[in-house]
Design a protein around this ligand. Sequence first.
Ligand SMILES: *Cc1c(COP(=O)(O)O)cnc(C)c1O
Length: 376
Amino acid sequence: MPRPILATVHPEALRHNLNQARVRAPDARVWAVVKANAYGHGIERCFDALRSADGFALLDLAEAERLRALDWRGPILLLEGVFEPRDLELCSRLHLWHAVHCIEQIDWLAAHKTQVPHRVFLKLNSGMNRLGFTPTAFRAAWARLNALPQVEEISLMTHFSDADGPRGIAHQVAVFEQATADLPGERTLCNSAALLRHASTPLRGDGVTTLAGDWVREGIALYGCAPDYPENTAAGWELQPTMTLASRLIGTQQLQPGDTVGYGSAFTAEAPMRVGVVACGYADGYPRHAPTGTPVLVAGVRTRVLGRVSMDMLAVDLSPLDAAGVPAGVGTEVVLWGRSASGAVLAADEVAASAGTIAYELLCAVAPRVPFSPLP
Ligand SMILES: *Cc1c(COP(=O)(O)O)cnc(C)c1O
């Protein structure tokens, strides 16, 4: 028998979450953001559930090729644009739309020989200071693109640094509105956090256009996590987990007071208690920094990780199960995040927060050695 760890993707949850985006931004089209191999889920595994999206957004050209190989004929957006001039040939051939965020990318386009003019998303740096033209350079960039025969249509794009937090987005929205005033073209501003928290905010003060704009770019919410946890939870946003990471107990230990667990003896029993040993460790992508107390479901019962996570195993507290008379031994189901066979749910957000990170990182980090169940 193979080692019992297994990841499962839930297509019905992906469909549900995509539909939630439609509810929250009824007038916008939705990019399903599938970068990083669909946030670790696998593009091919998610494709069927997400094919009612209006387009797919990603940044790796090889991932774009995989979508075309799945026979996706609709829009694909390269969120970072091209990395070198010859990438433009692939854009022409596969009809990829691409962000344009720097002068070099405009120079490459101007030198590109193509029969098919490109659709580009001109990116404004409205304050994130990662990619994009400054407000002062933005109009000149637009005018230059507009004069190129290689360009068919220009859309306008920006990205928020604080859509999930207290600083919010108003300062960046103001910069976007000013820099793009009177420029034609479709608009895309929102990631998941902006979509959930700010999508109905008016844009340009005309009372008709909202921040949702023409396209929203939904990533993490599609995968059932709350971008603003712990202020809000996935359940509170009516999102369902799309990935379960599950394993089984492969051993148990009976501890006496003073006994310790694992490397560094990081946990010490204060009373007699039973410990379960789970076939899951940091080499599977489980965060090594998850301390004692990190939540975990054993036979659907919520309990906690004990001591240090090791490469291939971690320890869990079986006391809540023993107290409730729930049998637990070798072979018992353990859910690291996601949905248990009993229906109990453990949000990846909770595990991530306990380990000092975010659910994005956990989902993306599931290791290649972890098998995925076949799709239903
Ligand atoms: C990753 C990404 C998104 C999606 O972000 P989420 O927080 O996962 O919704 C949107 N836009 C850009 C430019 C991105 O890089």
